[in-house]
Structure formats: C-alpha cells, structure tokens
Design a protein around this ligand. Structure first.
Ligand code: FAD
Length: 209
C-alpha cells in the first residue's frame, strides 16, 4: 500500500489538482480527469477497500490497519480516498438496511456512494432538515427536498452511485417529527435503479430536480 500510494496514487495528484472535474449542466454529468481515474482504478483493483467490511464482503483486518491504509491514501491523493467510499458506505446499509443484499451489490459492483444530510437551512443543525419521504403504493418512497454540498454526488468513475439520504422524515408516521434529529430515517437513493436480486441496472435513473 505504501508503494501504491507513493507511485500510482501520488502520480495523478498534481495534474488532477490543476485539471478539475468538468460539470456539464445540460447533461447533468461530471467528467473526472483521466489521471485521477487511473489512480482510482489502481486503488480499487488492489482491493484494500475490503478491510473491515462486514459479512461476506470481507471482514478481514483491524481498525488500525484500515486507518493506516486510509492515512497513506489521504496523504498521496485525498480525492481517491473520498471517491472510494462506496464499500465503506455499503457497511452502513449492511448494518442498518432492510435488505443486506443491496450492500453486497454495492461492494461487488464497486458502486460509488454518498452521505446526504445537508440542506440550505440545515447544516450544523441537521435536525432542522425539511426533506420528506412519502410511501408509494409499490413500497418505495418518494423523497422531496433540497440537498447541497454532497461529496462525490456525481462522477463518471462507477456504473452507479448510491446516495444514503439520512435526513428525511417519513410522512404519516407517528413520532418522527422531532425534536432535532429524532425521527429522521435513512433512505437509499440510487442514481440508477437496480434489480435487487441480481444487482443489474434496470436503466431507469432517479430524477433529481
Ligand atoms: C468540502 C465539503 C464537503 C461536504 N460534504 C458533505 C457531504 O458529503 N454530505 C453532506 O450532507 N454535507 C456535506 N457538507 C456540508 C457540511 O456538513 C456543512 O457545510 C456543515 O454541516 C455546516 O453547515 P453549513 O455549511 O450550512 O453552515 P452553518 O451550519 O450555517 O454554519 C455557518 C457558521 O455558523 C456557525 N454556527 C452554526 N451553528 C452554530 C451555533 N449553534 N452556535 C454557534 N455557531 C454556529 C458555524 O460554525 C459556521 O461558522 C460538506 C461541506 C463541505 C465544505
């Protein structure tokens, strides 16, 4: 990992720093520099992300080892560390989700992931978030709200990006109106919907507006 950090990961840092991601507002896409993509692929292909993943995803290594590796990646190329958070965020789904196989798809397919809390009037005061979740007839939830400052929310590194929307309150459920963070629920909002059994993308993208 030390060699990987000093060579492949560090190599792209200066170019990626000078050549930032490109946001296309019409197509709603973000294109990353090729050098950064190469560093990201080198790190993911080495599979250090498996350290400390729960269940069948890995469950090897200690916290000290995991964070020592993180220190090397952060020192060489912080963007690689942030973009590669998918498997770690899959652990959150594994521990808290109603279907653990969703977490397995996130790891096996190396999808990106984000944490989605902050709103224009709810940053430090997370519990002030106004995003609502409305249960639909098919068992899914319609999420309605405005989020901002979401790290890695769009990029072209992975086939899918799974957004972990923490701050939303389910409408019509007793006892979820606060105060503060009391009653906030965690929703999984994939950029592309996927087949829960196979993990195959079903093609229908979620449509943030
Ligand atoms: C680089 C970056 C990446 C981020 N990534 C994410 C992400 O991935 N997901 C996500 O959900 N959010 C993300 N955020 C948002 C981040 O969590 C918020 O910016 C943070 O919580 C502060 O909220 P705010 O910006 O609304 O500022 P505010 O909460 O409005 O704070 C503004 C100022 O007021 C001060 N302040 C606030 N409350 C009090 C108080 N009660 N008493 C005294 N002073 C106070 C603060 O210290 C600050 O100086 C990111 C932010 C940055 C800068």
């Amino acid at each position: 990992m030390d060699r990987l950090a000093r060579e492949e990961l560090a190599a792209s840092f200066p170019t990626a720093d000078r050549d930032p991601p490109v946001f296309d507002a019409d197509r709603r896409t973000v294109t990353l520099p090729v050098e950064l993509k190469a560093a990201y692929s080198a790190y993911m292909d080495a599979e250090w992300f498996r350290l400390q993943l729960p269940g069948s995803s890995g469950a090897v290594g200690s916290a000290i080892l995991k964070w020592s590796v993180a220190e090397l990646v952060l020192g060489a190329n912080p963007a690689v560390h942030l973009y590669s958070a998918g498997p770690a965020f899959a652990s959150v789904v594994w521990h808290n989700g109603t279907r653990r196989d969703k977490a397995q798809h996130m790891v096996d397919r190396r999808w990106g992931s984000t944490m989605v809390l902050t709103e224009p009037d709810a940053g430090s005061d997370v519990g002030a978030g106004r995003t609502k979740a409305v249960l639909q007839d098919d068992g899914s939830w319609h999420i309605d709200g405005v989020k901002r400052f979401i790290t890695s929310a769009e990029h072209d590194l992975t086939d899918n990006i799974v957004h972990l929307v923490l701050t939303a309150r389910p409408v019509g459920v007793a006892g979820v109106g606060g105060p503060g963070t009391k009653g906030l629920s965690l929703y999984l909002v994939p950029k592309h919907h996927f087949d829960i059994d196979t993990g195959e993308l079903t093609g229908s993208a979620t449509a943030p507006s």
